[in-house]
Design a protein around this ligand. Sequence first.
Ligand SMILES: Nc1ncnc2c1ncn2[C@@H]1O[C@H](COP(=O)(O)OP(=O)(O)OP(=O)(O)O)[C@@H](O)[C@H]1O
Length: 542
Amino acid sequence: MVVEKYKDADTTSDGSIEGELTRIIIYIIGAAIIAGVLTFFMRQTIINVSRYIEFDLKNEVYEQYQKLSLNFYKKNRTGDLMNRISEDVGRVRMYVGPAIMYSINTITLFVIALIYMFNTAPKLALYTIVPLPILSVIIYKLSKEIHQRSTIVQEYLSKLSTYTQESFSGISVIKAYGIEPLTATNFNQLALTSKEKQLSLAQVQAWFFPMMILLIGASNLLVIYIGGMQYINGEIESLGTIAEFIIYVNMLTWPVATVGWVTSIIQQAEASQKRINEFLKLEPEIKNSVKEQTQINGNIAFKNVSFTYDDTNIQALKNVSFSINEGETLAILGKTGSGKSTILDLIGRLYDIDNGEIKINQISIEKHNLTNLRDSIGYVPQDAFLFSDSIKNNIKFGKENTTEEDVIEAAKNAQVHKNIIGFNNGYDTVLGERGITLSGGQKQRVSIARAIIKSPKILLFDDCLSAVDTETEEKILKNLNKVSKGKTTIIVSHRISSAKNADKIIVLDDGEVVQEGTHEALVDINGYYKELYLKQLSETFK
Ligand SMILES: Nc1ncnc2c1ncn2[C@@H]1O[C@H](COP(=O)(O)OP(=O)(O)OP(=O)(O)O)[C@@H](O)[C@H]1O
């Protein structure tokens, strides 16, 4: 406009043109600086808020994971569980962050630009904005397609990483069986499919910018053509209007494109939020219905207990009855799959039973505060699970605020102290992926130390001496006898040596109690226990 004003005038030499241009340049620079500062604060506020929301949501989802029972984990694949906490939460964040931010941006810019455009040249404004909704719809369709294809790409990437992870974990089996070529072929097949999916994604993505450029170009041409015609016809006064409109078109194209993109983000976020909500509404199967504290002394009684695993429909326990008093030791023997571990899981209330009753301190197990119940149990599982952390922390895991001396004492009682001090870093030796691998027997003993240090009312040992030699077993049992004074102990085993000193022994067969008594009584009766005793006795003297 300024140029046009002075174009035909004779006064090119006076300073007023310079002054006016400088003023406008300062306005432009000033507006850019203000826009920059405001954009910075907007991003700071909205993106930060979205990160806070993401943080809260992740914690909420994780907390819910902790509450849900084992059955839930069996029904859902680990990949899906991970997705909910990372991808679904991420999509919701995209909605509360970028989507809202870009929408505000678009609306503000659009309203201001449209007011200016219609004020300057209403007819030209109308022609200019015609291609914009088309651009929006195209970008929406493209974004949707891109999203669908990238979900598939993501799926293949996680399949690839699961496969590789599993190969790394099972590398010793792969090498021992010499199946490297087979695993390599499988990997190659997966990688090939993954590549194809990536290429198909790239194909759609490749359309994104050409489409934008095409539509911007079309809008520009339209402005120049219509604007030019209007100028020739004298409908618009100045050529500057055309230049002004070209700037508007370029200013509006990106925000209009984001409308399409934002719509697709909102749709994805809606689906993710729905999935998260459904998940957060899930009630844990095992509920802690008792809020007040309950006392656990260690009397345990099973009365006609039957239990079937939901997922496999295997009836693991049939009409099982037995009782054990506070401070006593019970040994459970039986063939594999006879239901021994299931009994221990039921005492920790990892599952609720179908029929019968489990009583702890003469009170039904459901009437106990679940936290109190689990706090009073020291459980050593069949497969000792140790975290990728130091040995010290793995033992301390049983009881947080504990002293170094207690850790050493527990390790001594579990007969693993000597092994630990033999490592270069002693108790600070890191286990797992980043550290050393313990032998099966060492793992079991660290796991025993973890249970002992807790000094719980009830100690549950699930075949946890299977990987130690009989001499060490003898020593551990002797120590356990000492530390388990006054505590109720249940030992699941396949060895008579672990069971013989128990106050009571039960033998399970296919989920039923088939023998019950003390060692002295059972070796006198024909049956599984006597057979096992004679077999193991003869092996000892071989
Ligand atoms: N988590 C589970 N989900 C479904 N079925 C299970 C589960 N755990 C065990 N089972 C089934 O229940 C039955 C009893 O299993 P349990 O683990 O109690 O036997 P066990 O006597 O401890 O065996 P082992 O001596 O081999 O450890 C088995 O047939 C087993 O397949």
